[in-house]
Design a protein around this ligand. Structure first.
Ligand code: FRU
Length: 329
């Protein structure tokens, strides 16, 4: 019996050693491939919020472009529309030792210190879409919100024949696109008979825009047009007007122009115009690769914008004319 047990022990230990060798062999065989597919650089992407389709699209644009480059790996964090959480997530990226940061900040002031801290530590930072204060970042990428706001203003003046009553539903006014889309619009309508009868900060959020529009409808028997700083806001305003049976007497205009959001609303006749606001996700990865490969990049990259209306949407919209206002002076 003892002999039998001994034999079993010898056989099983032989099997363990033999299989162990096979396993090591397999790892060794896989090793060169695994090393080859190992990314050389880690990029941290801090997204302020994924509540709107536009931000989901931005992350997708980043992911799709990054997928073409095995030498990089992108780690995404979503701050869920909370500046304090976004600060903490940027600090986590710094402590992880990422090679580069992409940040689309919720608000300018609270996100400036952690971005500056990363930059001071030598981590290149690409700021996307919303700006921060000062110049402690490597490159800013985004469309010109002031110019878009001004183009909306000029479009509204033309569409209303120079006069009318307008509701302005503003994006978060502690974020730079909200500030610029507002001041640009006011420049665009300056000197005309357009009167802004109601304005409110709907913080980029559709339900908030709907609530604000309900107040506007209750207070004003005549509203000719709603300018919302983004398409979710314009859609929220439309839903409020529809519930009040007044959607047919009001023109709705928004910004973002996503193919599956704003452009659909234009095709359906819900919005009369949507101004494109490109996400810059693809460009952020291209610039990141330039930086990581030691190529110099500009401090600022401005992305172009178009307007989509029912008349031009099948032709791909109409580009906002570069330098139009300068030429007219
Ligand atoms: C999404 C969003 C967009 C808008 C952009 C401005 O969070 O509100 O709709 O164009 O942010 O930063």
């Amino acid at each position: 019996m003892k002999k039998l047990i001994l034999l079993a022990v010898v056989i099983s230990s032989f099997l363990v050693v033999f299989m162990g060798c096979r396993k090591e062999e397999a790892i060794e065989k896989r090793q060169p491939e695994a090393t080859r597919s190992q990314p050389r650089w880690i990029i941290g992407m801090s997204q302020c919020n994924l509540g709107e389709p536009w931000r989901v699209q931005m992350n997708l644009d980043i992911k799709n472009e990054a997928a073409k480059h095995p030498e990089i790996k992108v780690i995404f964090k979503d701050a869920q529309n909370d500046s304090l959480r976004q600060r903490a997530q940027i600090e986590e990226f710094i402590n992880m030792g990422v090679d580069l940061l992409i940040v689309s900040p919720k608000e300018a002031a609270p996100l400036t210190p952690p971005i500056a801290a990363a930059y001071d530590r030598g981590i290149p930072v690409i700021v996307l879409d919303r700006r921060i204060l000062g110049d402690k970042y490597t490159c800013f990428i985004g469309a010109d919100n002031k110019k878009i706001g001004r183009a909306v203003g000029e479009w509204v003046v033309k569409r209303l024949g120079g006069k009318g009553k307008v509701v302005e539903l503003k994006g978060l006014m502690t974020s730079t696109p909200g500030q610029d889309r507002h001041s640009g619009f006011r420049e665009g309508i300056k000197g005309s008979g357009i009167e802004v009868i109601f304005e409110a900060d709907m913080k980029w959020l559709e339900p908030e825009a709907r609530r604000e529009m309900e107040s506007a409808l209750a207070r004003f028997p005549q509203i000719d047009l709603v300018y919302a700083h983004n398409d979710p806001g314009a859609h929220g305003a439309y839903l409020a007007a529809k519930a009040a049976g007044r959607e047919k007497e009001i023109i709705f205009v928004g910004i973002d122009g996503l193919p599956h959001e704003g452009q659909v609303y234009v095709r359906q006749g819900i919005l009369e115009a949507s101004f494109e606001y490109p996400t810059g996700g693809k460009e952020a990865i291209q610039v990141a690769l330039d930086i990581l490969n030691g190529r110099s990049v500009p401090k600022e990259i401005k992305l172009p914008s178009r307007v989509f209306t029912r008349e031009n949407i099948e032709q791909g919209g109409e580009w906002l004319e570069e330098g139009k206002e300068e030429r007219e002076k």
